[in-house]
Design a protein around this ligand. Structure first.
Ligand code: PBG
Length: 340
């Protein structure tokens, strides 16, 4: 036999042809790295006062606010589809909003009633509650305002109490979205002192001052309250990447179990860096403006809805996200059940 055969060329065309493995559905499936499953999804749900209501959110077509009596049914369906957790967001009636947001501390407020109802009717579903004052303040800011500035340390005390109230109502996980300095430590201490040491903390660690939150603020009614105000004195500057790693490091040191990056698609570099650096359970929030953009383009017939939904979610997984908060959760879980 001839011994003059050269070793196969490695890594060079024409010996190497990456298209070989892309040719067939079976071979693409076999080598696919990132996977998406309903178990990776958290469904953010809006709730409203009243009975027998499902109020559409105009800037988020397909998204509704559920009154508490309708919530469990929708959440049970999500659970059946394999979604492990929901994140609840209350639309507080304007008459209950005050400068100090004290409705946040009412154990019978909308979100607490919703948590109790869910835990009664769908006890297996993970329930995540946001901590921040914006659903409750007449100025729409996430904290207390003194002389036009959102004050940090005074706000921490209230956030700790808000977390305890929600955890006592039965939520499994507290997700602080306010971006005050030191809030993770303050909330962890408040929870532990109240005997709630088993309650998880999912920190919105790297949360940017983003224009992509617009439709959410319609949904919870904080846009009108906020008016021309913005959140740039506490949410992160979209120009910064390294600072996200500092935010995460601080939150981990203060006791965050899990961390989140928000928004999603414009911040995939941050998701990647956070996962690489810390290796912690890392979540990403595909926010309201991302949802609205994709839905609007799909409604025009400019994008294939099913494909962009699944691709956007898969991209988060590839970047390193363990879990994704998305308004597409139920829809995506249905697609995944049907098989791509
Ligand atoms: C409130 C909060 C916001 C979102 C989640 N929690 C809005 C904000 O910070 O103004 C945004 C979610 C979304 O846009 O889908 N602290």
């Amino acid at each position: 036999m001839s011994t003059d055969r050269l070793p196969p060329e490695s890594g060079r065309f024409p010996g190497t042809r990456l298209r070989r493995a892309r040719r067939w559905e079976w071979s693409r499936r076999l080598v696919a790295q990132a996977r998406l499953s309903p178990s990776d999804l958290i469904w953010p749900v809006f709730i409203c006062e009243g009975r027998d209501r499902t109020e559409p959110v105009p800037s988020m077509p397909g998204v509704v606010r559920y009154s508490v009596d309708h919530l469990a049914e929708a959440v049970a369906e999500a659970y059946e589809l394999g979604i492990p957790a929901v994140a609840l967001f209350p639309a507080t009636p304007p008459e209950k909003k005050t400068p100090d947001g004290k409705e946040a501390l009412n154990p019978d407020n909308l979100v607490c009633r919703a948590v109790r109802e869910l835990k009664r009717q769908v006890p297996q579903m993970g329930v995540i509650c946001d901590v921040a004052l914006d659903p409750y303040t007449s100025h729409g800011q996430d904290g207390l305002v003194r002389d036009g500035y959102v004050v940090n340390d005074e706000t921490l005390e209230v956030l700790g109490r808000q977390a305890v109230v929600q955890a006592q109502a039965g939520c499994d996980c507290i997700a602080p979205s306010d971006m005050m300095d030191g809030r993770i430590g303050a909330i962890r201490r408040a929870l532990d002192e109240a005997g709630l040491e088993h309650v998880l903390l999912l920190s919105y660690a790297a949360k940017y001052a983003s224009a992509f939150y617009g439709p959410f603020r319609d949904a919870v009614g904080s846009k009108a309250a906020l008016g021309s105000g913005d959140k740039r004195t506490y949410q992160m500057d979209p120009a910064n990447g390294d600072e996200a790693l500092r935010e995460v490091a601080l939150d981990v040191a203060e006791g965050a179990d899990w961390v989140m990056v928000k928004p999603g698609m414009p911040y995939l570099d941050i998701v990647y860096r956070v996962k690489q650096r810390f290796g912690l359970p890392t979540f990403v929030y595909q926010v309201s403006g991302e949802y609205a953009s994709l839905v609007a383009a799909a409604e025009q017939g400019w994008l294939d809805r099913r494909r962009v939904v699944l691709e956007s979610l898969l991209a988060f997984r590839r970047a390193g996200a363990d879990g994704i908060l998305t308004y597409f959760a139920v829809e995506a879980a249905r697609y995944l059940q049907q098989g791509e």
